[in-house]
Design a protein around this ligand. Structure first.
Ligand SMILES: [Mg+2]
Length: 381
């Protein structure tokens, strides 16, 4: 249940803005099993919501400007508290995250406190940026993989996820398979036994291929195997039986590509996946909160996908504060210039969330006004 925020009825939403902002990665991000080079730049859709009380909230959405415009009859001139439904939370997808921030700022509470009671002090997060860097720097090859893994640990990460599946599109199948195995062994050797290591196949294997891979690296303490192959009940039942038969503790993680959670329910109910991973900005915080509650009933863990949006990392940290079955946040390589995580600290592989009202994020007005304000779209009363 979502509680109705205490906001005076004369507070009304007067203006909404939308603009795409840019993030930069300090390193080039290469291919994964299915997608070509990701590059060193990304974009997020930033929404700001203003009220007649002088408050403002912002957030990132997957919705387009046109979708936000289509929602304006339900948002402009409306009291923010009236947009929170007791069962569903906030269902306006375009401004949902901006609204959580706004409500937090009006009521003086961090967003997580609007969702429930805190159940942990720190939020574990993993480095999601270890792509096929050996293919970005062919002259370095595997050595580059070891180098990036070492840098990740030096930056304070305590868990790393690496992409595998080179043989799906980018290398001859057997050569790609061997490179994956060598890369996993090298990374484990580089980071040592105390750092968690996960692998992500981006559906670049089939079930038999996933078994073969896990047979080859079963001694490398793989914490979870993500999207090894497209999910069907039949294949996941087989894969689960394979892991059990071989005494492998590797968790099965999946769900990032789904636009909404319901197609994953059978896998959750039948305990065929261990780690639920829908994308935070794709489904929104309210839907994730409900999905976490459903997953909790079936004793499944939650590690929301955030790659592609730094904002999603911070929103996910708030979710992680209040859901008991939270496992990990994900840290993408890209860092935006338009806002900064004032209310967050990162140490020993985990975030601490301050009690700043809203997300604990601040717009960089100097950059926003010069670079983004001239190209923003806006709607007002
Ligand atoms: Mg993935």
């Amino acid at each position: 249940m979502f509680s109705t925020p205490e906001i005076s009825s004369d507070v009304l939403i007067t203006r909404i803005t939308y603009v795409e902002v840019t993030g930069k990665s300090p390193k080039m991000i290469g291919k994964n099993a299915v997608k070509d080079d990701h590059g060193d730049t990304n974009r997020e859709r930033l929404v700001r919501v203003f009220t007649n009380s002088g408050h403002e909230g912002f957030g990132v959405t997957r919705a387009t400007a046109d979708a936000i415009e289509a929602e304006t009859p339900k948002t402009l001139g409306v009291n923010p508290a009236s947009l929170v439904d007791a069962e569903q939370g906030i269902t306006l997808r375009g401004i949902e995250h901006a609204l959580w921030d706004l409500i937090g700022k009006i009521t003086g509470k961090p967003v997580y406190a609007l969702l429930g009671a805190s159940c942990r002090d720190t939020i574990d997060a993993y480095d999601g940026g270890l792509y096929f860097c050996d293919l970005v720097y062919p002259e370095l090859g595997l050595a580059r993989v070891g180098q990036e893994a070492a840098e990740s640990v030096a930056q304070g990460h305590r868990a790393i996820k690496m992409k595998i599946g080179r043989g799906h599109k980018w290398m001859p199948p057997e050569e790609g398979f061997s490179r994956d195995v060598d890369a996993i062994r090298l990374v484990r050797q580089t980071i040592g036994p105390d750092i968690k290591l996960m692998v992500d196949g981006n559906n670049g294997f089939d079930e038999a291929g996933a078994e073969r891979l896990l047979e080859a690296v079963g001694d490398q303490d793989i914490y979870w195997a993500e999207e090894m192959f497209p999910e069907t009940i039949e294949d996941y039942t087989k894969f689960r039986a394979f892991l059990d038969r071989n005494g492998l503790k590797t968790l099965i993680a999946d769900g990032e590509t789904l636009a909404e959670p319901s197609s994953l329910y059978p896998f959750i109910e039948q305990r065929l996946i261990d780690v639920v991973q829908l994308d935070t900005t794709q489904i929104g915080l309210s839907a994730w909160w409900r999905l976490a509650a459903f997953s909790q009933i079936h004793n499944r863990l939650c590690a929301p996908h955030t790659w592609g949006s730094r904002f999603a990392v911070y929103a996910t940290a708030h979710l992680g504060k209040v859901i008991p079955n939270f496992l990990s946040d994900e840290i993408p390589a890209y860092d935006p210039d338009a806002y900064h995580p004032t209310g967050f600290t990162f140490k020993d592989g985990a975030y601490t969330v301050s009690d700043m009202p809203g997300w604990g994020l601040e717009i960089d007005e100097q950059i926003y006004q010069s670079k983004y304000a001239p190209i923003e779209r806006q709607w007002q009363e």
